[in-house]
Design a protein around this ligand. Structure first.
Ligand SMILES: [Fe+2]
Ligand SMILES: [Fe+2]
Length: 315
């Protein structure tokens, strides 16, 4: 056990600035421009009721599976809340220097996601557009508040997991629609989310080198309290259960495809020189992952049993 310098938020922000600059440069080299309008089948579009006196939406307008439609709505509402996320990260990371450049670039890239998904949904009439608009109002009116307040390390850890979680959720939603056009669009969005994850994951790795114990504590706090960014959407519990049952985003994927790969990249189990709290945090993290593993096994068993019952009923 060692005693370590306790870094203030400002010291860390300043010390990480050159790392942000390097990561930003790498990001800009890898990020490819793409055009949201090219992914939308505009020729299928029809006017709606209202000022243009077209046809109101009806349930018969779509044959996309129910769970895929629920996931599309949850993913879109999550993307819609971008002004609140921007506010959170701009207040945390600041708007100056490389941090500021990143904050604005990230915001501009995220903005494309809601544009493209909404256009796809309204043109193909995949969901009730009136419901969607009302849900957007309700969701955005609540805003989004980072549960870890103004703690920078916590926020870096949170966004590392969250970007990967949205990547997986978008990709699996695309597959679940059975519509190859939607799949191509959501796969494209997933590529953006992946690059965002890599940026934040590398930033947190740099923090782990500088302030290992403080960073370990932040990682443990975030993993053990993780909530999807859209968790404040009305009816989220029911919607997320439907999404999990369809295998679009469930606790097994959260553990095996989000938590474990990111923790492995950070080599959290090999970090040396932790102080007493850093060691305690790592032990808590380990114990928590065991709990999630048990919960994932239970969930899988329940889901398999339910699917079997449904299959035998359908015979
Ligand atoms: Fe996004
Ligand atoms: Fe993202």
């Amino acid at each position: 056990m060692t005693t370590q310098k306790h870094w203030t938020e400002t010291e860390l922000l300043l010390d990480l600035e050159p790392v942000v600059a390097g990561e930003l440069e790498r990001h800009l080299k890898l990020a490819q421009e793409w055009m949201p309008h090219q992914y939308v089948p505009w020729s299928e579009g029809r006017d709606y009721d209202g000022p243009l006196d077209g046809e109101a939406w009806s349930e018969q307008d779509t044959d996309l599976p129910e769970a895929a439609r629920t996931a599309l709505v949850v993913n879109l509402l999550t993307e819609d809340n971008l002004p609140s996320y921007h506010h959170e990260i701009a207040s945390l990371f600041g708007r100056d220097g490389a941090w500021g450049t990143w904050v604005h670039r990230w915001t501009a890239e995220e903005g494309r996601h809601s544009i493209a998904i909404r256009d796809y949904l309204t043109v193909t009439r995949a969901v009730d557009p009136d419901d969607l608009e009302r849900a957007r109002m309700t969701h955005m009116e609540q805003g989004f508040q980072n549960i870890h307040g103004d703690e920078m390390l916590h926020s870096l850890a949170y966004v590392s997991f969250q970007e990967l979680a949205t990547r997986i959720s978008h990709r699996n939603t695309g597959k679940a629609t059975g519509d190859p056009r939607c799949e191509v669009l959501l796969a494209r969005i997933s590529m953006d989310e992946n690059l965002h994850m890599v940026f934040y994951r590398n930033m947190l790795a740099a923090a782990l080198e500088r302030a290992p114990s403080q960073t370990m504590r932040a990682v443990t706090d975030v993993v053990t309290a993780f909530q999807m960014p859209g968790s404040t959407i009305e009816g989220f519990a029911r919607k997320s259960a439907e999404i999990a049952n369809a295998g679009i985003y469930d606790i097994r994927q959260h553990l095996d495809e989000v938590l474990r790969p990111v923790l492995r990249q950070w080599k959290v189990w090999d970090v040396e020189g932790l102080d007493a709290d850093g060691e305690a945090a790592r032990e808590e993290l380990d114990a928590y992952l065991d709990k999630v593993e048990t919960a994932a096994q239970r969930f899988e068993a329940r889901r398999a049993a339910r699917r079997e019952r449904e299959a035998s009923r359908a015979e």
